[in-house]
Design a protein around this ligand. Structure first.
Ligand SMILES: C[S@@+](CC[C@H](N)C(=O)[O-])C[C@H]1O[C@@H](n2cnc3c(N)ncnc32)[C@H](O)[C@@H]1O
Length: 247
């Protein structure tokens, strides 16, 4: 019965019951102190987003799941927020939350490879999705088409090689190899598919000339990367240094 309540505005008790009846991946802090029981404490990720100037911006969250970061972006004043995911169950949860939190957000069932028709965004979020996508290079190309300013991407960078310590029977990281410097790992996921954990250098190379790719810090599960699309130099404005954040 609770399932039928989705995408309706509910009173507080109905809303709590509906939230309790659902299975959640994301831990989402909602109004009235309601929190979804997620599989991961994804609320800890919000520290990475607290200094992002969402106000007035067009924002896209790729692999939005139940829409946690879309809710945050909209609540922080984003002009337009779109979330895309391939999991319709999560999208339905996201739509119900947005409606009941009173935030206007559009959710679309699309893969990361189908986003180019959405236009260009000031801020693109893509958290823990490239870690699941087999066509890493195609996914990055797809993201490039929609990044108009900044992107915040959580993915798994290649880690320093492991070696067996001589003194103890431990596998240890080789500290002489800088984190993510020049290694790229190919890894098999639990589902049996193969994915890439790139080095920061490879990621920068795949984004290419017009983008600055930097390491922002440890993410909740992986590594948080910031990508900035540098403004294109035009013939009339050769020294164009406009920061899209300041527009
Ligand atoms: C590990 S979850 C992360 C969810 C969310 N970004 C977060 O950080 O809480 C990965 C999400 O990516 C979605 N996803 C997986 N492959 C995708 C693809 N090819 N295109 C779009 N979304 C995808 C999944 O359905 C899932 O919601």
């Amino acid at each position: 019965m609770m399932q039928d309540m989705k995408q309706q505005i509910m009173d507080k008790n109905e809303y709590i019951k509906w939230i309790q009846s659902q299975d959640w991946y994301q831990t989402i802090e909602l109004k009235n102190g309601i929190v979804t029981k997620g599989k991961f404490p994804t609320n800890l990720r919000l520290k990475h987003f607290s200094d992002i100037p969402f106000k007035g911006k067009r924002v896209l969250d790729v692999g939005c799941n139940s829409g946690q970061y879309c809710l945050v972006a909209k609540a922080m004043g984003a002009k337009e927020v779109i979330g895309v995911d391939i999991d319709e169950k999560r999208l339905e949860q996201a739509r119900t939350l947005a409606l009941n939190e009173g935030l206007e957000i559009e959710y679309l069932n699309k893969t990361i490879f189908e986003i180019s028709d959405l236009g260009v965004f000031d801020i693109v979020l893509c958290v823990a999705v490239l870690t699941e996508v087999q066509d890493f290079f195609g996914a990055v190309e797809s993201l490039k088409r929609v990044i108009g300013g900044y992107a915040f991407i959580e993915l798994a960078l290649a880690k320093p090689l492991l070696y067996v310590s001589k003194s103890k029977l431990w596998l240890k990281g080789n500290s002489k190899i800088p984190r993510g410097k020049s290694l790229t790992e190919v890894r098999q996921t639990k589902r049996g598919t193969w994915v890439i954990n790139p080095s920061l250098e490879l990621l920068s190379a795949v984004f290419g000339e017009g983008y600055t790719v930097s390491y922002r810090g440890a993410g909740l599960r992986h590594d948080m990367i910031e990508v900035f699309k540098r403004p294109e130099k035009s013939a009339s404005k050769p020294e164009n240094k406009v920061n899209p954040q300041d527009e």
